[in-house]
Design a protein around this ligand. Sequence first.
Ligand SMILES: Cc1cc2nc3c(=O)[nH]c(=O)nc-3n(C[C@H](O)[C@H](O)[C@H](O)COP(=O)(O)OP(=O)(O)OC[C@H]3O[C@@H](n4cnc5c(N)ncnc54)[C@H](O)[C@@H]3O)c2cc1C
Length: 427
Amino acid sequence: MTGALHVIGAGISGLATAITAAQAGLPVTLYEAAAQAGGRCRTIATGDGFVHDNGTHALLTANTRALAFLEEIGARAGWIEPEPGGIPVLDLRSGRLARVGLSPWSWIDPAKRPAGLRLTDLLRLARLALPLRDRPVAAAFPQSSLLEGFVEPLTVAVLNTPVATASTRRLGYVVRRVAWPGSARLLVARHGLTEDLVAPALRRLRALSAEIVTNARLRGLVRTGNRVAGLAFADGIIDLGEGDRVALALPPWEAGRLLPSLAVPRQTEAILNVHYRTPGASAPRLVGLRGARTQWVLARSDHTSVTISASKSVIDPPDPRVAGGLWPEVRAALQAIGIAAPETAPPARVVMEKRATVRHAVGDSLGFPPTGLVNLDLAGDWGGPLPATIEASVRAGEAAARLACWQRSNAALDWPARAKEAISWSR
Ligand SMILES: Cc1cc2nc3c(=O)[nH]c(=O)nc-3n(C[C@H](O)[C@H](O)[C@H](O)COP(=O)(O)OP(=O)(O)OC[C@H]3O[C@@H](n4cnc5c(N)ncnc54)[C@H](O)[C@@H]3O)c2cc1C
């Protein structure tokens, strides 16, 4: 019996699983289907020299486990606050640029309030934090200017789901967290996701003597009764020892392929990103747009990235001329924060992540489904109560690793000792 942990998938959840388990002393092997780790949270570098992230990834200071993970891998300093004075939001209809605070506490300063904020809106927002009946976010804010000016952009950004279907219960988890003073500061990677997140995580794993195997797609699980007995890859089967465990840190559609009876969420939402090759700001700058199809613009030193979340409801079917069509909005946003931008659209790359995240609709499940396999755990961004984000990925990874450690230490105990252990836990 080796008590090794085999982690499948080197996205953020798999990296968090592997690092947490390796730190606890478990022998860990991490398998990744692609040539590069990071999953959806990666930097894309193609042959033409244009390097950009797979979509702008932001963290909030409320994302405590994600920030602790960054500390652990020595990468916290790489995440910076691009707009410490509040997020600039340009309303294209009026041409007005305002700085909006993400935290309700920042609204004590009238200059940082969302436009048209009223006391009734604040009460509706506070109700979201209570464990009340789940319903669509739009239905919780009837005739409220806060919906258009704050709640809708927040919902679409963090739940990647249109407000007509998004769950108030799920949004409530976010509202409760950002309500703490200091929790709603928005951070982005200074250079990019690979440099400021994935590469440091891989370095940490290597320092912990974990094995990392890329270009290794798990094709199937070999089962014996209620256990996983082997892992089937293209070049053969890896047999598992009696005490070995498996953590599937995969998106739900892939976990569902490997375990067809698993009740995984089936509904997903897309995110559209357009990356323009244009000189931008010396340090990252972020602008939000209202009255536009573009939602967020992130200017970096050598390119500008546009994000449209829940994008099927904004641009459907995907339009090949989208980069040129969006450019006047992007240009206006850049100019509003003092960044020069050419009149004609610069060369651009359009990246449509059709299954960017699961859809967080009313009534969706808040936990991972049971697998029925005693030595297999699930991780990934989709199984917890938080929205499918880096924070959810890290939390799920840490939980899967803790379970593996717990199982390993308890497998060594005989039954009377286990019973004694259980009684001491219950006290
Ligand atoms: C465009 C975009 C913008 C986003 N913006 C934000 C944001 O601003 N803030 C935020 O917190 N989150 C954001 N997210 C969400 C965030 O990227 C995800 O929640 C997170 O990356 C999910 O990590 P994961 O490890 O659970 O899954 P994945 O990243 O999907 O990782 C799974 C890994 O498993 C590998 N794999 C798949 N099948 C197999 C197999 N059979 N065998 C071996 N390996 C396999 C995949 O190649 C992949 O590397 C965004 C996502 C997208 C797409």
